[in-house]
Design a protein around this ligand. Structure first.
Ligand SMILES: [Fe+2]
Length: 249
């Protein structure tokens, strides 16, 4: 083995130092590049998020405009859609739905009766009880609504609520006569909210029931009209939560 001279060693060390310094410079440059890249990504992400939020706001405004258009015709229901949507969100949360305040859920709640645009005024505004024929026409509103909403891509998840909100747990509802778990969960949740609002609201032929009484009437329909699990969740909600929503809407 050949021994290096001192001069050779010094030269080798200097070379290694230079190599190290070069690698350090490269690493520092890469780090700056990576930081710039991360900052670009963050900026893009922020812009994307702002756009998504803006889009969601536009969707929400469109859906509200649609639901208000339906309500403007149905003079007796007043702010029914807004109230019932808020009830629906509370019951969805209590029932453990994964995204109780997701826009698609709220859109379905708000638009549940949009099919009523196809129901003639003479039936919609009739103060007395409906004839069998009139009831049959009225019963078409979930299917018509689902057709309307089904054509709009961003409302595709809302369709289930619109179509199935008059189904009953025991299979005697409409339009499809679905029973139990066949009924989409969101529609089972919404059915409770819808009936709660119907019972507590004044109608031309009767005054609204007090909240406590309406809640008891609903609980009594557990397993017949309503999903027992949803009713269990519904029972855990404080009266004040519903009173507050009624006041705000
Ligand atoms: Fe309805």
């Amino acid at each position: 083995m050949e021994l290096n001279t001192e001069a050779e060693l010094t030269e080798e060390i200097a070379g290694l130092r230079e190599e190290l310094a070069r690698r350090d410079r490269e690493a520092a440059e890469k780090e700056v590049q990576l930081e710039r890249y991360a900052a670009d990504l963050r900026e893009t992400f922020k812009e994307e998020r702002a756009l998504t939020q803006q889009l969601t706001r536009s969707y929400r405004a469109t859906v509200r405009a649609l639901s208000n258009a339906v309500e403007a015709r149905d003079a007796y229901t007043g702010k029914h859609a807004e109230r019932v949507a808020a009830y629906g969100v509370e019951i969805a949360r209590a029932a453990g739905l994964p995204r109780p305040d997701a826009p698609d859920l709220e859109f379905g709640f708000l638009l549940h009766d949009i099919g009523k645009v196809a129901v003639p005024d003479s039936i919609l505004y009739k103060p007395g009880p409906l004839t069998t024929e009139e009831r049959a026409l009225m019963a078409r509103h979930p299917a018509i609504g689902a057709e309307i909403v089904g054509q709009i891509e961003f409302l595709s998840d809302a369709v289930k609520i619109v179509r199935s909100h008059h189904e009953r747990w025991d299979g005697t509802g409409y339009p499809d006569g679905l029973a139990g778990d066949q009924i989409p969960l969101t529609a089972r949740v919404f059915a409770v909210a819808d009936v709660l609002d119907a019972l507590t609201t004044d109608r031309p032929y009767r005054a609204g029931f007090p909240l406590r009484q309406a809640r008891t009437m609903i609980v009594e329909e557990s397993g017949t009209h309503f999903d027992p699990h949803v009713i269990d969740a519904f029972r855990t909600i404080d009266d004040m939560t519903f009173v507050q929503i009624g006041r705000d809407a």
